[in-house]
Design a binder for this molecule. Structure first.
Ligand code: C2E
Ligand code: MG
Ligand code: MG
Ligand code: MG
Length: 284
């Protein structure tokens, strides 16, 4: 049935597709001016070192406040990647995260997510170096997280860039491990500092014994290869106990803390290290 408002003339797509396409265009249009309008901000999720029993690292996660709601990166990062907007946005994220981390107490590291598109930019290494210098942050306090899809082409240029970043003193983490096609072969292509085991494995942990078998194997693999392991998506005490029992180095998840706004994070990092675990538990 055609609607009488004239808009029906646009319906050469399936209705669902039409809505999806329109939403994409709206995101794209809004995203173009998001940086200039100051609509982007970072939230910070602490990662806990199990041996250290303290916050060892904090992951910076992007949020977009647009027209009265907060849009998830899951919705807008793909659009930012398609349009190339991820390049200026990614630079803003890195500079902002380095500046924030420079003010944190102790030697807590900051983790920043990088998109594959950012690696196409020849200036990436110089940009990272300049962000560190401007923020007066030691390179050893920066971790860059990349996903397996990044290396899909086993691209020489990307590997050279990763080595150059490593030479700066920056750590490189493989994010969402276990979700791609050839996770194992990527571990051979570059000596990552850290493997972040995808949270889909945690979700199944108590329901499926094969998930635990895979997690144990990845932790063992990390130990053999000299890469530390982080479990993503820890939501229950049971999951935490299993990770501890099997020698996982670090955990991240809602059990301890969701991503926090900067004042909440600073408060958390400012509290007595010994009390940290309890404090975070109460906050979640
Ligand atoms: P990611 O890098 O794997 O980040 C972890 C995501 O898992 C975050 O979602 C975080 O809020 C969520 N998470 C953490 N703990 C738990 C938990 O216990 N349970 C559940 N269910 N979720 C948990 P968020 O913030 O929505 O980010 C989603 C993805 O968007 C990120 O996944 C990352 O791939 C991407 N992203 C976020 N910020 C940036 C950025 O600045 N640049 C780029 N290129 N990508 C980003
Ligand atoms: Mg990440
Ligand atoms: Mg991840
Ligand atoms: Mg993820």
């Amino acid at each position: 049935k055609a609607k009488a408002d004239g808009r029906s003339t646009y319906h050469f797509f399936e209705p669902g597709m039409d809505a999806e396409l329109q939403q994409r265009r709206a995101i794209e249009a809004g995203l173009r001016s998001a940086l200039a309008k100051g609509e982007l901000r970072l939230v910070y999720q602490p990662l806990l070192g199990l041996a250290e029993n303290r916050v060892t690292c904090v992951e910076a996660l992007l949020r977009w406040d647009h027209e009265g709601r907060t849009i998830s990166p899951v919705e807008f990062i793909p659009v930012a990647e398609e349009t190339g907007l991820i390049v200026p946005i990614g630079e803003w994220v890195l500079r902002e995260a380095c500046k924030a981390a420079a003010a944190w107490p102790g030697n807590v590291r900051v983790a920043v997510n990088l998109s594959a598109i950012q690696f196409k930019n020849r200036d990436l290494v110089a940009m990272v170096e300049s962000a560190l210098t401007d923020a007066e942050l030691s390179p050893t306090r920066l971790e860059l997280e990349i996903t397996e899809s990044l290396l899909l082409a086993e691209n020489e240029q990307i590997l050279k860039t990763l080595h150059a970043l490593r030479t700066l003193g920056v750590r490189i983490s493989m994010d969402d491990f276990g979700t791609g096609y050839s996770s194992l072969s990527y571990l051979r292509s570059f000596p990552f500092d850290k493997i972040k085991i995808d949270r889909s494995f945690m979700r199944d942990l108590t329901k499926r014994s094969d998930s635990l078998a895979i997690i144990k194997a990845v932790i063992g693999l990390g130990q053999s290869l000299g890469m530390s392991t982080t479990a993503e998506g820890i939501e229950t005490q049971e999951q935490l106990d299993l990770m501890r029992a099997h020698g996982c180095d670090e955990v991240q998840g809602f059990l301890f803390s969701p991503p926090l706004v900067p004042p909440a994070l600073e408060k958390l990092l400012g509290t007595d290290q010994a009390k940290k675990l309890t404090v975070i538990k109460r906050a979640s």
